[in-house]
Design a protein around this ligand. Structure first.
Ligand code: PEP
Ligand code: MG
Length: 323
């Protein structure tokens, strides 16, 4: 089976009726780039930069970060690279930084919330990213955005950092896209408004499902509520994609759901533009996408949106794609 998939490494990700999507890889370090290329990845849809911070004795310097970002951008040779700014907190702690004691760390001081509070930390990362931007096609993505104001504030800090660098005589690419993760239900519901200010969305289903179902993604006891195929989740995904398209923006997905073959059928039908997943899932996803008609999947997705439970959705999709 592995050999059979290999022929798809350089194949385009086009549905049987000619609709193109991008299949990209999720990475945690520059070392992961090769694996994405070897598996036919058309870009990096999520670079989780927190590992740079977690595998360190102190906050990584601007130079250390610049080196890592440059490696990834150069490695991808002009293909799109979406770098997520620091997503720390929740279950991800740092040995050299004291987090506040909170009852619910997943609902607390983390990710963009921390970065907007500690702009000193945030600016170092944005400087490194701007400096690396001339080595490829950079997209910057903010995690855990809940309000339009948060996005605007983060974007303003990016613009400030960029202007500072240019004033220092440093070259910065002028086509950096600045987007956001949609992983808080509030952002999905208001996607049409967010799309007026953000250049793109990437749906983080790992958190979107956790927050929508009020079920801790780390808890075994409530894991039955982790339901990617629940129509409520599908509707939030649809709102996000439609919101983006209304403003001419693109919508991707970088949560685990993007790499599930059954989900790919629905997501193709909903109009998702980019699917980002672990490198090992890319070729299987390409096999599914290239065997389906987008037009037909639009009807399939529409039916799923009218169902009332995840089991029915998944059984229906399986019956369609295995026929
Ligand atoms: C997500 O929430 O879906 C996501 C991709 O980010 P992480 O798993 O790193 O929280
Ligand atoms: Mg997340």
């Amino acid at each position: 089976e592995k050999e059979a998939l290999k022929v798809l490494i350089d194949a385009p990700s086009i549905s049987t009726d000619g609709h193109h999507v991008e299949l990209a890889g999720n990475i945690g370090t520059p070392n992961d780039v090769q694996g994405v290329l070897d598996n036919g990845g058309e870009g990096i849809g999520l670079y989780r930069t927190e590992f740079l911070y977690m595998n360190s004795q102190d906050f990584p310097t601007e130079e250390e970060q610049f080196v890592a970002y440059k490696l990834v951008l150069e490695g991808m040779k002009g293909k799109r690279v979406v770098v997520r700014t620091l997503d720390i907190g929740g279950d991800k702690k740092l040995p050299y930084f004291e987090f506040p004691e909170e009852m619910n760390p997943f609902l607390g001081y983390r990710a963009i919330r921390l970065c907007l509070d500690r702009t000193d930390i945030f600016k170092v990362q944005l400087r490194a990213l701007c400096r690396a931007s001339v080595y490829g096609k950079l997209c910057i993505m903010f995690p855990m955005i809940a309000t339009v104001q948060e996005f605007k504030d983060a974007k303003a800090i990016f613009e400030e950092v960029k202007a500072e660098l240019i004033a220092e005589g440093v070259k910065v690419a002028d086509d950096i896209e600045v987007g956001m993760m949609v992983e808080i239900p509030a952002a999905a519901v208001l996607a049409d408004q967010f799309a007026k200010v953000a250049d793109f969305f990437s749906i983080g289903t790992n958190d979107l499902i956790q927050y929508s179902m009020a079920a801790d993604r780390m808890s075994e006891k409530v894991s039955y509520l982790y339901q990617p195929y629940n129509p409520s989740i599908l509707r939030l995904i649809k709102m996000t994609i439609d919101g983006a398209h209304k403003e001419g923006k693109w919508a991707g997905m970088c949560g685990e759901m993007a790499g599930e073959p059954d989900a790919a059928a629905i997501l193709l039908g909903l109009g998702l533009d980019e699917f980002s997943m672990s490198a090992s899932s890319i070729l299987k996803a390409r096999k599914v996408i290239t065997s389906l008609s987008k037009k037909e999947m639009e009807d399939v997705a529409a039916k799923c949106l009218e169902m009332d439970n995840a089991e029915e959705v998944q059984a229906y999709v399986q019956s369609v794609i295995n026929k």
